[in-house]
Design a protein around this ligand. Structure first.
Ligand SMILES: Cc1cc2nc3c(=O)[nH]c(=O)nc-3n(C[C@H](O)[C@H](O)[C@H](O)COP(=O)(O)OP(=O)(O)OC[C@H]3O[C@@H](n4cnc5c(N)ncnc54)[C@H](O)[C@@H]3O)c2cc1C
Length: 518
């Protein structure tokens, strides 16, 4: 018998979202975090529509909306401010609403923390550092010690031993849990040092600052983006010979900011240098230990996807750990976590690197050639995130995804006879069959699948996104997973039968994932 079901080391965004999923399922969670308070300095400034759905499913979307705003156009300019790429973040997404949003990471983490504080089942070990852990086969032991935030030292005189069934390392780029697991980290080769500056302007309206831009100026590649509702983020690539600590000094920073604002126009919130890297861990699970978030992968921030990837991890792992802890599936379900998430995040790392390689060009001649190529229309294709290609998706006899299995599915509001409801709210964190052909409820209930019947006496999707998906995919139904991805789709009643059989087979039979439930 262990004290906790899951011990989470690291209480950043990935740790917080995972903790919330687990306590919602009634599981006992311990979080261990070195710092007594959340990391106060801004890092992430952008999230996408899929992540917004996670906030909806957590019931915190309204609070997050209050600290966010829709992103405009994300425009990439050459040194002469001629447009190289224009990414329209306002375009309507399949989740409803815009594609991209800007926010401020400490404000989001505060919302996540306050939301968790209102819930039972979570034990906080803040100001404590995980210093050792042992996989004892049927449980995990984690030793924690007081971390002194003043001296930055660990106080070994105050330690405690926690026991849990699983340990998840959400402990960031220098993950302690990853080191314990002794798993390889693949370096995809991107490695650039940048100075990151956050500014609070006195009156943004009066300043002429591009809303969201990459200034691909070889003399000083520069990123200019919003940082939440009122602040601005500037990022400057460091050039050879520049010393990171010196570049953070206020004088240096104001000199770099001079084309856009002066000390009379606002104040500096912070300046720090970061190494933008592209790393992917192989082996996200070893026995009872798992990794999520930056502990499992790092990418340069040019697509604003590092935290988003960590939240996708937490959302994916959360429902799987929940089923395993409930005893309704075998532990082998957890092996699908890396199989699903790793190829997806690898694609996002590659896209982020490709975008980084457009801007990180300090050689004027190479920049001129890049500009010419872009103006001639020779440029990387628009970034598209891949579907899931492995794991808990319907597959044919050769193991290939069947039909539209693995695709991120649309969202819509639904109406029947009273006021509209969100599909998320109807679905909860369950598998859901969205169908225009009624299916036997008892059969679905036995599989733990909910049904959303469209048309006739069923629901009407207000913006037509679900019915449009079915129509454009020649499908009569799709089976959505708790994380909004398709287990699979079916063209007619017969195929719906096969789809449900495949689901049951994968969860219960062939792959022995789902244990028999009484
Ligand atoms: C300049 C910059 C811009 C970015 N922009 C974006 C963006 O626009 N969009 C986006 O999605 N992402 C962005 N990111 C990435 C994003 O900030 C990170 O991916 C995200 O914070 C990672 O979250 P995490 O929970 O995995 O790890 P972290 O937030 O790093 O949290 C890990 C926690 O673990 C704790 N910890 C570590 N070791 C121990 C231990 N042994 N014991 C106890 N606690 C421990 C740490 O103190 C830390 O609090 C950006 C990053 C940077 C640097």
């Amino acid at each position: 018998m262990t004290e906790y079901d899951v011990i989470i080391v690291g209480y950043g965004p990935a740790g917080k979202v995972l903790a919330r999923q687990l306590v919602d399922g009634g599981h006992k969670v311990a979080v261990v975090e070195r710092w007594p308070e959340a990391y106060p300095l801004p890092r992430a400034i952008g999230y996408d529509h899929e992540i917004k759905r996670i906030f909806y499913a957590m019931g915190i979307a309204r609070d997050v909306a209050a600290i966010s705003r829709g992103m405009g156009h994300y425009v990439w300019y050459n040194a002469d401010w001629k447009v190289l790429i224009d990414i329209d973040e306002t375009r309507e997404s399949i989740s409803g609403g815009a594609t991209g949003y800007t926010f401020n990471q400490p404000e989001l983490e505060k919302i996540l923390h306050e939301d968790l504080r209102r819930r039972d089942g979570i034990s906080y070990h803040l100001g404590m550092e995980a210093i050792a852990a042992r996989d004892a086969g049927d449980h995990i032991e984690v030793e924690i010690a007081r971390f002194d935030a003043q001296s930055l030292r660990i106080d070994h005189s105050e330690t405690r031993l926690l026991t849990g069934r699983y340990l998840v390392g959400c402990d960031g780029a220098n993950s302690f849990v990853r080191r314990l697991m002794d798993v390889p980290v693949i370096d995809h080769g991107f490695d650039e040092a940048w100075l990151v500056v956050d500014v609070m302007p006195n009156d943004l309206e009066k300043l002429h600052i591009p809303d969201a831009a990459q200034w691909c100026n070889p003399a000083r590649p520069t990123t200019i983006v919003p940082s939440g509702v009122r602040n601005r983020r500037f990022e400057f690539m460091l050039l050879p010979g520049e010393e990171p600590t010196q570049m953070c000094a206020a004088d240096e920073v104001w000199e770099l900011l001079a084309p856009w604002l002066s000390p009379d126009d606002g104040h500096l919130i912070r300046s720090a240098t970061y190494r933008f890297r592209s790393l992917l861990t192989r082996g996200w699970r070893k026995g009872q230990m798992l990794l999520a978030g930056d502990a499992a992968h790092l990418m340069p921030p040019f697509m604003g996807q590092g935290m988003c990837a960590g939240l996708r991890d937490a959302w994916n792992l959360g429902w799987k750990l929940g089923l395993v802890l409930d005893g309704s599936v075998a532990e082998s379900l957890l092996d699908s976590y890396e199989a699903e998430r790793s190829p997806h995040v690898e694609a996002v790392i590659r896209i982020s690197m490709a975008m980084g390689q457009v801007i990180c060009v300090p050689d004027p001649e190479a920049a001129r050639r890049r500009d010419e190529a872009f103006f001639a229309g020779i440029m990387p294709p628009p970034p598209v995130f891949p579907p899931l290609s492995d794991g808990i998706i319907a597959r044919d006899a050769d193991g290939k995804p069947m039909g539209f299995a693995g695709e991120l599915l649309p969202h819509d509001d639904l109406v029947r006879d009273s006021s509209p409801v969100r599909l998320d709210d109807l679905a909860g964190r369950n598998f859901v069959l969205v169908t225009n052909v009624a299916v036997d409820d008892a059969r679905l209930a036995r599989l733990g699948v909910r049904q959303v019947l469209l048309g006739g006496a069923g629901w009407r999707d207000i913006n037509g996104r679900l019915s449009h998906w079915l129509e454009s995919h020649d499908a009569a139904a799709y089976l959505a997973r708790p994380d909004f991805y398709a287990f699979g789709s079916a063209a007619n009643s017969k195929e719906i039968d096969s789809l449900l059989e495949a689901f049951e087979g994968m969860m219960r039979g062939r792959d022995h994932v789902l244990n028999e439930v009484a």
